[in-house]
Ligand binder design. Structure first.
Ligand SMILES: Cc1cc2nc3c(=O)[nH]c(=O)nc-3n(C[C@H](O)[C@H](O)[C@H](O)COP(=O)(O)O)c2cc1C
Length: 209
């Protein structure tokens, strides 16, 4: 069970961001659907190109539907394995990520996030909203994963989604099957931030958290 860790008063966003990790093994324990609405409520507050709010969310909890989604995704995953570069295959292997997606049928909630492709900056806007959502789920003590299926058009057929919307991700939401303690693999601030000129370090005015 994922604990709700205390947030330090003045580092709330940083604490949520650095505590959040991708969880790929879920228990089937139910969660409060209010928490999912809470996260989507946060997501809809994200900025978007021309304020078009091109995001739509389909919450799936029905077991038969989750099973069908898993089946469709696993088929596509198996095909994907033949097409990806070697470095990606190795990365997936090292992470223990196979074509099997048990979490799609086991986690209590899947949130399928769609973007409306005719809006300006729809892609950037939708992913920004997904980011807000992940932080809000973290705040609610829920585990999540942004799973991006290799094929996406099946979702329109399965869920009666109009063609102008395309699936961007399935946010898997639930409780972790086991406690995970994983080192956060992130580049240091000084490797990714420069001051005034590319490559120019920002020296001692910046500290890594
Ligand atoms: C755009 C995007 C697509 C992702 N797609 C997948 C995916 O299809 N399957 C998966 O297991 N994880 C996926 N992830 C999760 C990343 O692998 C994960 O965020 C990354 O390895 C860093 O680990 P962390 O989230 O635990 O910090 C995706 C993340 C993002 C932002």
């Amino acid at each position: 069970m994922k604990e709700i860790r205390p947030l330090s008063d003045n580092h709330i966003v940083l604490t949520l961001a650095s505590n959040r990790i991708s969880v790929r093994e879920y228990s089937s324990e139910p969660i409060r659907i209010e928490d999912v609405f809470y996260a989507i409520n946060a997501a809809r507050n994200a900025p978007s190109g021309a304020n078009r709010q091109p995001w739509r969310f389909v919450i799936v909890t029905k077991q038969s539907l989750k099973n069908e989604i898993r089946k469709l995704c696993e088929e596509a995953e198996r095909e994907l394995r033949d097409r990806i570069p070697d470095w990606f295959k190795k990365w997936l292997k090292d992470k223990g990520i196979s074509w099997r997606k048990e979490y799609l049928s086991k986690a209590p909630v899947l949130v399928l996030v769609f973007g409306r492709t005719r809006d300006p900056y729809w892609l950037q806007s939708v992913w920004l909203a997904i980011g807000y959502m992940l932080l809000a789920l973290e705040e609610r003590g829920l585990a999540s994963l942004t799973y991006t299926p290799p094929k996406i058009r099946w979702a329109n057929r399965l869920l009666n989604v109009p063609d102008e919307y395309v699936l961007q991700t399935i946010v898997v939401v639930g409780k972790p099957a086991k406690e995970i303690k994983r080192e956060k693999e992130r580049l240091n601030l000084h490797d990714i931030v420069f001051c005034e000129n590319w490559g120019n370090p920002c020296t001692n005015t910046m500290n890594n958290p």
